[in-house]
Design a protein around this ligand. Structure first.
Ligand code: MLT
Ligand code: ZN
Length: 476
């Protein structure tokens, strides 16, 4: 069991990073103690901000020897409290933002090596400067760091075509609990040398090791894109359209995002600077994007004719194709601002879940019935990455509704929603991870054999339990 650090240990840790590499004044610590959603308010005696892998290795060697718990933190944009220390005041925060070099961009190999403190937007820019494309795309990309993206196996709006963060990794560098550095930073598409050890650390939320750098896959930049905002009457029609587009455009569809009318209304109302690109009213909206490296594909023509055919068949109600970059950006801004709009609107209850794409309409229909019955103070705002089966089945507090009563609905509703998701062969965490928020539900619902393998891995890699205790797995 980890224990509080002694004054001598704190002094030793400060010496590793030097005077500019640590914080311990209350006002400096404050930003590191609360998660993005303000669900958790932790405490720590010390935030360390290492600049190099060597410093991370020394920090962990000391903490392991002294049995002091460590909580890694990136951009602190996570939704499950994985990067927040607990309330004991005995866990050290290791913030990665100064470990932020782009070590290499190998354009011919379509790969780049970046350190974990790079923001996602910074990594995208580094790729673009080499005429390459890094496809992970999230609303929080200006702040979210690569380390958090790796550790939560982040998803976002391009998973349909490019997969999740796990699918974008070629190699990793990881500092193990005892301070040894696992260097698996090769940039190879083919490497069949034994177990895929690096994959253990992806989505592990810092509980098995601290990732310090990654080799990431790059792709060709799109030379032709087509973006549209489409209105449909129902999620079933949305899926009909997805199937039609998949037949017509295959891998060129990179984004297929679903939003209900209420999400669009909230965004336009609450988020300043969101231009309203809409010229039509619809119960459901889709943001669709196609992209191709070949500039002569005429994707706009393809998308237009598919949407016209879909309208003639009764699948599509209305549609607007972006005719300029600014218009496409306005459509994206509308979609990416939904979480912020929900925040400004009032309290929310969130469920980041996934089901097979074919079950999305059932999830929405049955989930809405559950929400109406179990949380009448809320209204359903179910939106997200319909193209890959991931819905943010959220609720927003109705204006004027009793806040404590609404909040008290969280657990009973979550329980019922997760039962529903399981009955549809889905997952209770699609892209936001487990963190502290879902650790108990995960322990209750996970396959016991799979869970026992996870605990065995945890014991093998972190026998003293110093790495992000209480996250993902409840107890050793
Ligand atoms: C999104 O897709 O907008 C986020 O992952 C979901 C959210 O912020 O709830
Ligand atoms: Zn999402």
């Amino acid at each position: 069991m980890p224990r509080p650090p002694s004054p001598a240990t704190l002094t030793q840790l400060k010496a590793v990073v030097g005077p500019s590499g640590w914080l311990d004044a209350p006002e400096e610590l404050a930003p590191y103690l609360t998660d993005f959603r303000h669900l958790y308010h932790g405490a720590t005696p010390l935030v360390l901000r290492p600049r190099s892998v060597d410093e991370v290795a020394k920090i962990l060697a000391i903490c392991n020897q002294q049995e002091v718990a460590v909580v890694p933190q990136g951009g602190n944009t996570g939704y499950c409290g994985a990067a927040t220390p607990d309330e004991s005041g005995s866990q050290i925060v290791v913030a990665m933002q100064r470990l932020n070099r782009v070590r290499q961009v190998d354009a011919d190999n379509y790969s780049m090596v970046v350190e974990v403190g790079c923001t996602l937007a910074g990594a995208q820019t580094a790729a673009r400067e080499a005429n390459r494309f890094f496809p992970l795309s999230l609303g929080s990309q200006g702040t979210a760091q690569i380390g958090g993206n790796l550790s939560t196996n982040a998803g976002g709006t391009a998973v349909l075509r490019y997969g999740m963060m796990r699918d974008l990794v070629l190699g990793l560098e990881v500092v193990l609990a005892d301070g040894r550095v696992l260097s698996a930073l090769k940039s190879l598409r083919k490497d069949n040398t034994g177990y895929d050890v690096k994959s253990l650390f992806l989505g592990a939320e810092g509980t098995l090791g601290l990732i310090t750098a990654a080799s990431l896959k790059l792709f060709s930049l799109a030379a032709d894109t087509a973006t549209a905002l489409v209105g449909v009457d129902s999620p079933t029609h949305a899926l009909e359209l997805l199937n039609r587009l998949r037949s017509a455009a295959g891998e060129q569809i990179s984004t297929f995002e679903l939003m209900p009318r209420i999400a669009v209304q909230m965004t336009v109302k609450h988020v300043p600077g969101v231009a309203n690109p809409l010229q039509f009213d619809s119960p459901w909206y889709l943001l669709i994007e196609l992209g191709a490296a070949n500039p002569h594909q005429n994707l706009t023509g393809l998308l237009t004719s598919e949407l016209e055919d879909a309208a003639a068949a009764g699948t599509v109600k209305d549609a607007m194709l972006a005719t300029s970059i600014a218009q496409a950006q306005a459509m994206w801004k509308l979609r990416e601002s939904v979480p912020e709009a929900q925040r400004r609107h009032g309290a929310s209850i969130k469920h980041d879940v996934s089901v097979p794409v074919s079950a999305i309409p059932t999830l929405i229909e049955k989930g809405t019935a559950l929400a109406n019955a179990l949380a009448p103070e809320g209204e359903v705002v179910s939106y997200g990455h319909a193209g890959d089966g991931n819905l943010h089945f959220n609720l927003s507090q109705k204006p004027g509704a009793d806040l404590p009563l609404f909040v008290s609905r969280t657990h009973p509703l979550e329980h019922a929603m997760f039962d529903l998701v399981e009955s549809l062969n889905g997952s209770i965490s699609a892209e936001h991870g487990i963190g502290r928020l879902k650790a108990e539900e995960f322990a209750r619902r996970a396959d016991p054999v799979e869970l026992s393998v996870m605990h065995a891995l945890k014991r093998a890699l972190d026998p003293k339990g110093i790495l992000n205790p209480g996250k993902v797995l409840c107890a050793n």
